[in-house]
Design a protein around this ligand. Structure first.
Ligand code: DGY
Length: 322
């Protein structure tokens, strides 16, 4: 009997793949930095029993409908908005993601981005690097304090809760908005539930960690930014399309908010000419929320284990959409 065929859409650790190689014929798109071209993905999809995909690959109806052998899609991300779950379910394709293993790493990044935007770390680094440092001066690159301020977390899932734990250590007042109340965060961290509008009005730092869904698309619109304090800093480590970028640019231009730290964008990757990059008070990162070597390796291992489980007829560890 021939081995099942697994296609991986980006170059990942060979070492991680060793157990998968024993049960399957595994091929991968041999580039770490360039996404697999669409036509290659469609061709490979036609043959594959399993796909290991990136959040930048669109696993849509077209792909799922030509993938007649496909049993499992393991997405190297906790988010799965790049996958058409309805068609996957209709075609009996199991979709897996990588929850939990990236929680603390992504929370570190969210908190680091908040510190960086507030204390102007990226600007200060450039200042030194470009040889502009002439003397110590009292208000040189003076930013805003983070400790003992109010953080408003939109999307209190496991990453939101991990950010709240960090905020507690900084003596911050913690507000949150979520689809449902989070008893544990309320009891253990003193987090206070607020309506979306109240949270925007009261927070010094508004941290967006919500997944992208029909309901959250463009959630942060002109009205949302207008409600924020003029001193507020907006942080997005969720998904870019949760923010109306035109509205964010307008809010920064009009000084309706003081700054932003962004790990995600409406359409990724962005170029150096993106209008958000003209603001010195914006810190921009290339979607690296979960990008520590340890965590990315663990995410790859989880994807691998999910694929092996499905191909061997066992239950996968982390299944979505079922
Ligand atoms: C995810 O896993 O969805 C993150 O955005 C990756 O950094």
């Amino acid at each position: 009997m021939s081995k099942p065929y697994v296609f991986i859409t980006r170059k990942i650790s060979e070492e991680v793949l060793t157990p998968l190689n024993q049960i399957a014929d595994v091929q991968m798109w041999n580039s770490e930095s360039e996404a697999v071209p669409r036509e290659v993905l469609l061709q490979e999809g036609k043959k594959a029993d399993a796909l290991l995909t990136m959040l930048s690959d669109s696993v849509d109806e077209e792909l799922l409908n030509v993938a007649s052998n496909l049993k499992v899609v393991a997405n190297l991300a906790v988010g799965y908005d790049n996958i058409d779950l309805e068609t996957a379910a209709r075609n009996d394709v199991i979709v897996c993601n990588t929850p939990d293993v990236l929680t603390e790493t992504t929370a570190d990044l969210a908190f680091g981005l908040m510190l960086s935007a507030a204390r102007r770390l990226a600007e200060a680094h450039l200042f030194v690097k470009e040889g502009q440092w002439q003397s110590w001066s009292p208000y040189l690159l003076a930013g805003a304090d983070v400790h003992h301020k109010t953080i408003g977390i939109v999307g209190m899932g496991s990453i939101g809760t991990a950010v709240a734990r960090r905020a507690k250590g900084f003596g911050m007042e913690i507000l949150y908005h979520n689809r449902s109340r989070h008893d544990e965060a309320e009891k253990e961290l003193g987090a206070v539930y607020k309506s979306f509008d109240e949270l925007l009005e009261l927070s010094d730092f508004v941290v967006c960690l919500t997944p992208l869904t029909e309901e959250t698309k463009n959630l942060f619109d002109e009205d949302a930014f207008k409600r924020m304090k003029a001193s507020a800093i907006f942080i997005n480590v969720g998904r870019g399309q949760v923010v109306d970028e035109g509205a964010l640019i307008h809010a920064l231009e009009q000084k309706e908010i003081a700054g932003a730290g962004l790990d995600v964008f409406y359409k990724e990757p962005i170029g150096a000419d993106h209008p958000l990059l003209k603001f010195p008070q914006v810190v921009a990162l290339p979607h690296i929320g979960s990008a520590s070597v340890e965590t990315r390796t663990t995410m790859m291992e989880l994807c691998r284990d999910n694929i092996i489980a499905v191909l061997e007829g066992r239950a996968a560890k982390s299944v979505v959409g079922r």
